[in-house]
Structures are given as C-alpha cells and as structure tokens.
Design a protein around this ligand. Structure first.
Ligand code: NAD
Length: 503
C-alpha cells in the first residue's frame, strides 16, 4: 500500500510555520509561503511563511533593541542560569512531540530517537551545559608593563546580535549548539531554520517564553536561503553569523561578511575517513558501525558520517561482509513505525546528486557490493536509495572526494599505516575521523596525525560539552564546550590609572 503521512499532521499538532518578531507570531508581509513536500511521500505537509528583506529587517531590529536595552544580558546571572535549565527541562518534557514533528519535517524515523547526538536529550543537555558557563564568564587582571600604578583587566562581553542559520539534518542539537551559548553569553538572536526542518524548530522556539526568555531576545525568520537567509546574513546590524550547512553557502557567508566584518562561525561538510587495522577489537562491529553511520537514521545525511572506510587488506573481505550485512538490515517506510530504521533523502535535488555520484562511482571503476539503485514499489514516490557499498575505491574517484550525503560507503584498501594516514588526510575536508585498533600507542599516534576536528578511537560520539568542528574546509571555529561559548563574546580590555597622573 502506498505510504501517506497526511493523517499524522493532526496527531502531532503540526501548524503552518510563521515568523516570530518581538514576541509576536505572524506571516510574511508579502503573504508568500513555501510548501514543504515530505521526502518519504512527496505529499504537501505544511506551509511556512517566506520572510523577505523587510521582515528580516524587522526581526534584526527587534533583536538589536533587545540587545541594546539589556533586557536579557543585564538580568542577574542566576535568573539566566535558571531560565536555561528550565528550558532544557521543557525540551525533555516535549521530546515525543518534537520527534513527531521532526518525522514530518525531515523524515527521520522515531526509532532513531535514542541515538544521542541527534536527540532532544542532547539538545537539552546543551542548554544545561551552557547555563553552567553563565556565572563563570570571567576575564583576567593583568600585570602592567609600565609599573604597578595602573590596573589592566579584561572582560568578556556578549558579541551582540547573532544570526543563527540551521541545516535540516540535526535540528535539535544544532539549534541548541547555537542558541544555548548565544543566550548564555547574553546575546540576542535571529534564527533561521532550514526550510526542510522548520516545524520542530518553531515548537522548540515556542517553549522559550515558557522558560522565561523575554520577548525579542530570540526572533525567527522562516523561508529558503534566497531570499530569507541572504537578507539575514548580509544585514548590517548583525554582529555574528553562526552557520551550519553546506560548504558552498559557508563560503558565500564568509565573502558577504567582509562588508561589515561580521564574526563568522561555520560548521560545514565532511568526507570523514575510518581506518580499520587487523588488530581491531571486533572487525565485524567496526564494519557495522561504519556502515551504520551512512545508513541508520539519516541515511548518511550526517556531516560526520564516516563515508570513507580505509581497511587493511588482511581484514578487507571480512569488513565488506559485515558492512553488507548491516546494509541488508536497513528498512525504509513510515517514519512513525518502530520497524523503520532510516530516512529518505531530503529532496529530489539531493536524490539526483546521490544517484549522479553513484553513477560516477560505477563509471570510474569502483565495484558495487550492494545497492546502487533507488527503492521502487510502494515507496517509489519517496526519495529512497538502497544502502550502497563501493569496494576497491581509489581516493581520486568522485565518490571518495565529494560529500555524497546519502547511504553510500566508499571502501579503500591499504597495506601500511603511513599509506592509510596519507589517504585519510588527502581530502579538502577535516571534520571527523575514526580508527579501529587494539594498539593504544598506534591509536594515539594516529589520532594526532589525522587532520580532523574530532577523532574517535574504536567508536565515535558527539556531545554538547566537547568542542566539535572542522579542520580545512569543514568549517571555522568550534561548537560545544568553553571555546564555543567564548565565540559568542568579545574580549574587552579596561585600563585604569591608580594615581592622579596621566599615563
Ligand atoms: P544548506 O547549506 O543547503 O542549508 C543550510 C541553511 O542555509 C538552510 O537554513 C538554508 O536555507 C540556508 N541557506 C541556503 N542558501 C543560503 C544563502 N545563500 N544565504 C543564507 N542562508 C542560506 O545545507 P543543508 O542541506 O541544510 O545541510 C547539509 C549540509 O550541512 C551538509 O554539507 C552537511 O555536511 C552540513 N552539516 C554540517 C554540520 C556540522 O556540524 N559540521 C552539521 C550538519 C550539517
């Protein structure tokens, strides 16, 4: 029977997406809307308002006023700490509802809910973590070069108005990894969710008022990159752009920020390698985990998916066998059914991109172990692609160099450690890397040599208190932990003579 998700809209309480400006929800001034087609069925699920330049201007002006009058940044630290903890608890209380909305947004199945990094729980933990920094935001008192008759000290001040632009694939944690440090630092925010994951983000935003965050501190503009994102990231009153998304848009943001020298944080794509040595504690588990990162839940539409498996020749066949078993276990279908393990590709453009790269892999001589085609039959209306393994991949092939963002694993054989490191680092990206070995010295030796922001030894995890971000073209700056929090502040130096004489 052909899948339909229209009945789910009422069950999870989906309403059309609106803008939030200074505490008031409304449509776009132009009345323009964008219709979200569900990736599993192609059905029209709901409309969102398309904020044009004048709407974006109103939202930025509201955030500016809220910043300048100090309604958030000047409240007592204890008030802000409690508000962020309360908000974390509210997210936990609404986790089921939020997961349902996400399933209607990006098609991520409810079965993926317990996977920590993309869960509502991780988002809630990010608010708890950053709340903890609020009363620890400090500077230094420094010894003056010119004698002890003046004081020199530093303060960390909130950076101002933040434009936070989100992707569609991990809306819970990625929302929290921007909003929590921005609010903890005392900034105000204009948030732009992805047009492909707006409904769950708007529900999270609604809960901010319940937690006691004042009107105007967080404003939301909905709509696609053009016109909404463009108007936001070029607005002269925005002090910082914090962006997670594709490398191309990231480069555009860096170029556009030059005009007013905005501060920029970027979390971009990846082509992350996993290195599997013959002494790995469990080759089968290494293969299933690696294949899992490109199939389970998001179908490989994850920035840190380990999409290049570099496997020692001694365990190459064993690895391929276990990875293929994992591919065979993946099920597609209704994201609300517990039996559904993975999602469709987000839209037909992404489907074409993935099928194009699969075709290139075949043309360039990689061996298809499994998959390589779309899912037909009852699911033909959705953007489903069978889990795909390419073996005997050469690192110069397009499937080894470009971000596929689909359920495709490229397996590359190696013989020596140095060769594996060279292949792993031969990429324009540098987001994540993994390695499987029982040799602790090798593990640390390689963890230092791999040019990536996060390296997992015999496993991989993303947590809100750990710095996360990319080397090379995978980004600028880090989310999570102290460095992320500090990236929402400016460092100010204050001097004061202790004598009547001028210095
Ligand atoms: P995308 O770049 O297409 O869109 C991201 C956001 O930018 C959306 O809100 C979109 O509307 C907006 N946007 C698009 N064009 C814009 C423009 N010209 N100006 C301003 N905003 C614009 O990316 P996506 O498809 O939503 O996400 C997938 C990408 O995100 C992948 O490359 C993935 O690797 C990356 N990603 C990175 C991380 C990380 O932490 N490093 C996490 C998740 C996703």
């Amino acid at each position: 029977m052909t899948l339909s998700l229209l009945a789910r809209r009422d069950e999870v309480g989906l309403t059309d997406g609106m803008l939030l400006i200074d505490g008031k929800w409304r449509g776009a001034t132009s009345g323009e809307t964008w219709t979200h087609l569900h990736p599993a069925t192609g059905e029209a699920i709901g409309d969102i308002a398309v904020a044009g330049p004048s709407d974006v201007d109103e939202a930025v002006q509201a955030a500016r006023r809220a910043f300048d009058d100090g309604r958030w940044s000047n409240t007592r630290a204890g008030v802000r700490v409690k508000a962020l903890h309360r908000y974390g608890d509210l997210l936990r209380d609404h986790a089921d509802e939020l997961r349902g909305l996400q399933a209607l947004d990006n098609g991520v199945p409810l079965s993926f809910g317990p996977v920590y990094a993309t869960s509502v729980g991780a988002a809630a933990d990010a608010f708890d973590h950053h709340a903890g920094w609020i009363d620890k935001l400090g500077g230094q008192t420094l010894t003056p070069y010119q004698g002890g008759d003046h004081l020199a000290m530093t303060f960390r001040e909130p950076i101002g108005v933040v434009a936070a632009i989100l992707p569609w694939n991990g809306p819970f944690l990625l929302y929290a990894q921007k909003l929590a440090p921005a609010l903890a630092a005392g900034c105000t925010v204009v948030l732009k969710p992805s047009e492909y994951a707006t409904f769950c983000v708007l529900r999270m935003v609604e809960l901010l008022a319940e937690a006691g965050i004042p009107d105007g501190v967080v404003n939301v503009v909905t709509g696609p990159g053009d016109p909404t994102g463009e108007a936001l990231m070029t607005h002269p009153l925005v002090d910082k752009v914090s962006f997670t998304g594709s490398r191309g848009v990231g480069k555009r943001i860096v170029a556009a920020s030059a005009d007013t020298l905005k501060r920029v944080s970027l979390e971009l794509g990846g082509k992350s390698p996993t290195l599997v040595f013959p002494d790995a504690p469990d080759i089968g588990l290494a293969a299933m985990t690696t294949m899992g990162t490109v199939t389970m839940g998001l179908s490989g539409q994850a920035c840190v998916a380990h999409t290049r498996a570099l496997v020692h020749r001694d365990v190459y066949d064993q690895f391929l066998g276990a990875a293929e078993m994992m591919a065979g276990a993946i099920t597609y279908g209704d994201p609300f059914e517990a039996s559904t393990l993975a999602s469709p590709l987000i839209n037909t453009k992404q489907l074409d991109h993935v099928m194009g790269l699969i075709a290139r892999g075949k043309e360039q001589g990689a061996r298809v172990v499994c998959g390589g085609e779309r899912v037909e039959g009852d699911l033909a209306a959705g953007n489903f692609v069978r889990p795909t393994i390419f073996a005997d991949v050469d690192n110069t092939m397009d499937i080894a160099r470009q971000e596929v963002f689909g359920p495709v694993l490229a397996v590359i054989p190696f013989e020596h450690e140095d060769e594996a490191v060279a292949i792993a680092n031969d990429t324009e990206y540098g987001l994540g890397a993994g390695l499987y070995t029982a040799d602790a010295r090798r593990a640390f030796r390689l963890a230092r040599r791999l040019r990536a922001g996060t390296v997992g030894i015999n496993g991989f995890q993303v947590e809100p208190h750990l710095p996360f971000g990319g080397f090379k073209q995978s980004g600028l700056g880090r989310e999570g932990g102290q460095s992320a929090f500090e990236a929402y502040t400016e460092l100010k130096t204050v001097l004061m003579p202790l004598t009547e004489e001028l210095m």
